[in-house]
Design a protein around this ligand. Structure first.
Ligand code: SAH
Ligand code: SF4
Ligand code: F3S
Length: 433
């Protein structure tokens, strides 16, 4: 059968979709890139903010219409499925199967039941890490790949739904990860991104090797040229990990280190476990270990209790650090979370005003940083043809910046030196040398 997967949310969800697609292809199903052409539709959902939930509901309306016209199988997976399983089962009866965040390995059973008209529902205990063990490998030629190293999160930042929908932290054995990366290298993958909600606490409670030790092992694997990881929590970013940026040749000069707010008062209410001066100290150490490191982050504005001074503290932090890029969000109240009970909510309109103010300041900083790359010769891993021009190809620098330059698609998968000729707000342009 032909299947189509719509994915919302973070890289972990994207990778879960890849894993499901892999299992379906092994089983003889064929991926299609248009919902209308499919026999099976899987919606892999995110509940981190209300906006993602709204997008999901409007998509479900469209799928319902399609289902009325032709008999497609519809499955819902991911974080909304995990959080709202009873609601989805009882109120949206046109759904054929529901899989929780630890049960995606059951996709084949889910499809089999659905074809027989039997509703399938699996929310295996979050403690069961079997979804960690799927190794999507060898089905197609790829340049970059995600590798899951852990699932879940024990941090319970007061605004965040993730610990409720992904369960507690479980690390995957290092032996298994190393084997998967070796297989990926054999299949031609050059760059890997290690995935976890909080990779710094990898194997914190086990006898297996630490995260820096894992990086050192992966750095030895022939064929792999670049290693990245997401996401790091500032409170757990150790000296040993910081040192890796100066020592490991394949670890890229980029870290994503969310700060969430520039105000100590708000950080405390968010239950983040660090102060802004501690955050700045870690950034300084990172820059000392690796002078050229690019730094990106996440931040939330309009958290309950955030006043003008707190917001200004955030703006000051942004101006002081000069991040290469920031993913910024207006606070979204999530039921079950601790922050949902906090007083002093910031009116939505004000939160959105603050967000656009912050984004305009950051846009200038990102542009300045990208312009500072002009004239430099940077290594680019070619990912393929550029979307905007037939004559151009696209790739990323080790700093994770997108570069477009003239060249043929036959260069895909190669590491080439490119002289940067122009820095824009979202990308760089260059010429191969
Ligand atoms: N584990 C990662 C990312 C988690 S979700 C980390 O800890 O950094 C990705 C981002 O979504 C978060 O960093 C945060 O900035 C944002 N986010 C999470 N919950 C949110 C909420 N309730 N409202 C607005 N933004 C939120
Ligand atoms: Fe959410 Fe905090 Fe865990 Fe990140 S570390 S997933 S923000 S609870
Ligand atoms: Fe969203 Fe779930 Fe990721 S809530 S951000 S898809 S862990």
């Amino acid at each position: 059968m032909k299947f189509y997967i719509e994915t919302f949310g973070c890289q972990m969800n994207e990778h879960d979709s890849e894993k499901m697609a892999y299992l379906l292809r092994v089983d003889g199903h064929i991926p299609v890139y248009n919902m209308q052409d499919s026999d099976i539709i899987i919606v892999n959902t995110c509940s981190v903010r209300q906006k993602a939930e709204q997008k999901f509901l409007s998509l479900m309306g469209r799928i319902k219409k399609l289902k009325d016209k032709k008999g497609v199988i519809l499955g819902v997976t991911g974080c909304i499925a995990q959080q709202e399983k009873e609601f989805l089962r009882d109120k949206l009866p046109y759904i054929d199967f529901l899989l929780g965040t630890s049960a995606i390995h059951r996709i084949k059973d889910a499809i089999e039941c659905s074809t027989k008209g039997i509703f399938f529902y699996d929310f295996t205990e979050n403690g069961n890490p079997s979804s960690l063990y799927i190794k999507p490998c060898g089905m197609e030629k790829r340049v970059k790949a995600f590798v899951t190293i852990m699932k879940g999160c024990n941090n319970f930042c007061s605004y965040c739904i993730v610990p409720y929908v992904r369960g507690k932290e479980i690390s995957r054995p290092s032996k298994d990860i190393i084997e998967e990366v070796k297989n990926l290298a054999d299949s031609g993958v050059k760059e890997i991104t290690l995935l976890g909600q909080n990779v710094n606490s990898y194997n914190k409670d086990t006898d297996d090797i630490s995260f820096p030790a894992l990086l050192r092992e992966l750095n030895k694997i022939d064929g792999i040229e670049r290693i990245r990881f997401v996401t790091s929590h500032p409170k757990d970013l150790s000296e040993e990990l910081i040192a890796c940026f100066g020592e490991l040749s394949k670890l890229c000069e980029h870290i994503h280190l969310p700060f969430q707010s520039g105000s100590d008062k708000i950080l405390k209410l968010m239950n983040r476990g660090y102060t802004i001066s501690e955050y700045i100290e870690k950034i300084n150490k990172l820059k000392k270990a690796c002078k050229d490191i690019a730094i990106t982050a996440d931040c939330i504005v309009g958290f309950p209790g955030e006043d003008e001074k707190d917001f200004n503290d955030t703006l000051n932090l942004i101006k002081h650090i000069e991040f290469d890029g920031i993913f910024s969000f207006a606070y979204s109240k999530r039921k079950y979370t601790e922050a949902a009970n906090l007083a002093d909510e910031v009116p939505r309109k004000l939160a959105l005003e603050r967000l656009s103010h912050l984004q305009s300041i950051q846009k200038d900083i990102t542009l300045k940083k990208n312009r500072a790359m002009e004239g430099r010769i940077l290594e680019v891993l070619v990912e393929g043809k550029s979307k905007n021009s037939h004559e151009e190809i696209t790739g990323r620098t080790r700093h994770n910046k997108i570069v477009n330059f003239k060249g043929g698609a036959d260069m895909t998968g190669r590491l080439v030196n490119v002289k940067i000729t122009k820095g824009y707000a979202n990308s760089l342009r260059g010429e191969r040398i």
